[in-house]
Design a protein around this ligand. Structure first.
Ligand SMILES: [Zn+2]
Length: 121
């Protein structure tokens, strides 16, 4: 894998909803997902496939695989914004050689995200 991803930190399940994901920047547990990219290659190593981007009020569908976090197979990117700091981290799920990897991308935008709802200091 080309990048070194930041490992996830997840709090134990306390509400029956699954573990709480912590912000990789400040360690807070108020992350909100607001954007999802999914990539499905037609076959292994294919440069084309299905790329679907979904955000709060739109969805786009393309055939290219530019931006796919997996160099050879399928991948998912979920973008978050943090209530506690200005980080906008992206978590990726990468299929590679029969295994599935998950982590935060090392680059985090410093441009604050303006949420549709929720509080922001
Ligand atoms: Zn944060």
């Amino acid at each position: 894998m080309a990048e070194t991803y930041i490992p996830l930190r997840i709090e134990d399940d306390v509400m029956g909803l699954g573990g709480t994901l912590f912000c990789p920047s400040c360690g807070g547990n108020y992350l909100h997902h607001n954007h999802i990219d999914t990539y499905f290659r037609h076959k292994e190593d294919s440069a084309v496939g299905l790329a679907v981007t979904s955000e709060s009020q739109f969805t786009t569908v393309e055939n290219g695989q530019i931006g796919n976090p997996s160099p050879r197979r399928d991948g998912i990117r979920i973008k978050f914004w943090c209530e506690n700091c200005d980080a906008t981290p992206s978590m990726v799920i990468v299929q590679h050689k029969g295994s599935t990897y998950v982590g935060f991308e090392p680059e985090m935008s410093t441009v604050p995200y303006k949420p549709r709802y929720g509080k922001r200091n």
